[in-house]
Design a protein. Sequence first.
Length: 258
Amino acid sequence: MVAGRLLFATITLKVVMKRQGITVTIPQRKALFRVMPLQALIANTLPFLAISFGETKTSAATAGMLNALTPIATFVIALATKDNDRRSWYNYGGLILGVVGVALILQPWNTTGSGAIIGDIVVALASLSYALGFVYTKRYVVNGDIQPLAASYYQVLFGFLLSIPTLWLVSFPAHSTRTYAAAVAAIVTLGVVQTGFATLMYHRINRSLGPTASASVTYIVPLVAVISSIILLGESVNLLFVVGGLTILTSVVAITRR
């Protein structure tokens, strides 16, 4: 799935580049080849693989809510690397709220086995990887003269190349033709929209707002994930989960406040 979505994202952005007549000079290409492999690894390949594995162990609602950790982790990393000048009391208060919210969502005291908590940890690590990507992008990618579309294309291209070794993990269990068709349609949509065009937005927003503010757009993910998991998958959440989710979203608002 990871290689598939990155492949369709690569094709999509290449077509858009061709239609818009965007070219990359030799010095720009050298710069992209220098910085994009690591960017693709931490912003695409690793988190995509982590979430794919994590969701086999934990619920979609929990995985989606843990994505809200991205702006919180981005704030911490940006402070550590001096890529963020926000040090107000409400920023630090938001960080504390985020930790409390995570504890309320994971509820490790209620776990009945190690499978779910492992999935939670892996998804949380994916959010950390995304956060590293936001800071890395701002420092090494968007400060140059490379257009966001070109940066997006090379990012998903390298992401796809890095994901090729994982193809040996793919299995094809017996399913109906309709099920396979639905899976392919889902991967194409995931690649074109949620990876291709989302990566383009990622670079444009990061260029304009910086890593912490741009990472805050991920607060939409948990809201959509929780609602979808309840409606489409029939999952249920308890009161502590809801309180934890609201706490995390509040922390995101505090951390990204200018």
